[in-house]
Write a protein that binds this ligand. Structure first.
Ligand code: R5P
Length: 265
């Protein structure tokens, strides 16, 4: 791996722990002004300092993120669909590499939709991005998307999707946690981070998800809704950090969350 590519990855995946807490705020690219992300600047400002990387689109990056931030950017560069359109899987690349370089990003991210009518298109989007990423030294994060079919989040499907992403050259992969998650990680020769998915019932559930994922081989999380839809997002992200970077237990994370929410947010 070229020096620039390694250096950018090391800004996202912290060399001290080999882990990362990414903050996903790209949901508007197909969901519009989703709950608690209606005003991206207001959502992002209090929590960005606790994230190892932020994952926005270029629109939200330019309009809603302070350019003086020291948090590396993993730029969402695929889209072209909406939640009310015919298929979420029909994505194209929306943002050029020149634009990604201009925005000084640490990595670019796209979704792949294995098993759909758009499998070939989205996998070729990945292959093309990797070719450009290798040219410019910018890592590519492949997101193994399931669209509206949340039931697809099982080890068989996710192993297939993650492995294909790695085979096509993705430098790291974002997927969902599932039963037998170790099989997904075991079959994927590049680092894996997990999405949080829709908001869970309790913070205990959120911390258990992060804990299980890390203990079964994920190198981190790329969470959105379970952080910023929390009543206490600043406390939530710090408690997730404790699990990801300090091997905190769920009980310890809950104690930290309770302490932090009582003092500040
Ligand atoms: C979905 O494709 C988007 O990339 C989201 O960023 C992703 O789902 C992670 O966010 P959440 O933790 O809310 O699922």
């Amino acid at each position: 791996m070229d020096w620039g590519l390694q250096n950018r990855l090391a800004r996202i995946i912290k060399p001290e722990t080999g882990h990362t807490v990414m903050l996903a705020v790209d949901h508007g690219y197909f969901l519009g002004p989703t709950s608690k992300l209606e005003n991206p600047r207001a959502t992002i400002a209090p929590i960005i300092q606790y994230a190892d990387a932020l994952m926005p689109t270029r629109g939200v990056l330019r309009t809603s993120v302070d350019p003086k931030t020291q948090t590396p950017i993993v730029l969402r560069v695929s889209g072209g669909t909406s939640i009310i359109g015919p298929s979420l899987a029909d994505e194209s690349i929306t943002t050029t590499f020149e634009e990604a370089i201009r925005l000084n990003v640490a990595a670019v991210a796209l979704s792949i939709f294995v098993g759909t009518d758009y499998e070939h298109n989205t996998l070729m989007n990945l292959a093309d991005l990797v070719n450009e990423g290798e040219t410019y030294g910018i890592p590519v994060l492949a997101v193994t998307a399931v669209g509206k079919e949340l039931g697809k989040r099982d080890a068989r499907f996710l192993s297939l999707s993650c492995r294909i992403a790695a085979e096509l050259g993705a430098h790291f992969v974002k997927t969902y946690y599932c039963e037998e998650f170790e099989k997904v990680v075991g079959g994927c020769p590049v680092p894996v981070v997990i999405a949080g998915g829709p908001k869970l019932d309790t913070m205990s559930d959120v911390f258990q998800l992060a804990y299980d994922a890390i203990n079964r081989g994920a190198i981190g999380v790329d969470m959105g809704r379970n952080i910023w839809q929390s009543e206490h997002p600043v406390a939530a992200i710090q408690a997730v950090r404790a699990i990801v970077h300090e091997k905190a237990t769920v009980t310890k994370a809950l104690e930290l969350f309770d302490d932090l929410k009582a003092t500040r947010n």
